[in-house]
Write a protein of this length. Structure first.
Length: 132
């Protein structure tokens, strides 16, 4: 009978240790999950960066044509799209970026609005046409 009591006490001690270890691991996992909620998804960030690069290329932030040969006037350089419209889109992009950087909009909203801006630029044609 002494062996049975010894096994029962050792078994109970092992179960208690396992339960304590499980509880500490649960607390650690919950802490990591809580921290991970505030981090934006990696693929969403990468997609956003690519959209910004495409917008910058489409809007030609440098204000200079890529090839000066054959470009006699601004109309030739930027096609049928007016300079004012291009500047308007540049300002929209800057405003959108500043709102995201200041924390006024989330990464999901920022990405969705970049999609809309890309679609507007792509559908407008002219020099805004993306070379994808």
């Amino acid at each position: 009978m002494d062996i049975f009591a010894l096994c029962a006490v050792v078994g109970a001690a092992i179960v208690i240790l396992i339960l304590k270890f499980d509880k500490s691991q649960t607390v650690k996992v919950n802490a990591v999950l809580q921290e991970a909620r505030s981090i934006p998804p990696l693929f969403l960030l990468k997609s956003t960066e690519q959209k910004i690069d495409a917008l910058k290329a489409a809007l030609r932030f440098d204000d200079a044509p890529q090839n000066m040969t054959g470009a006699g006037t601004m109309k030739d350089i930027y096609g049928s799209v007016s300079e004012a419209r291009r500047q308007n889109k540049v300002q929209e992009l800057k405003l959108l970026s500043s709102k995201y950087n200041n924390g006024q909009i989330s990464i999901e909203v920022y990405n969705a609005r970049l999609d809309e801006l890309l679609e507007q630029i792509h559908s407008s044609g002219g020099s805004f046409e993306l070379a994808c």
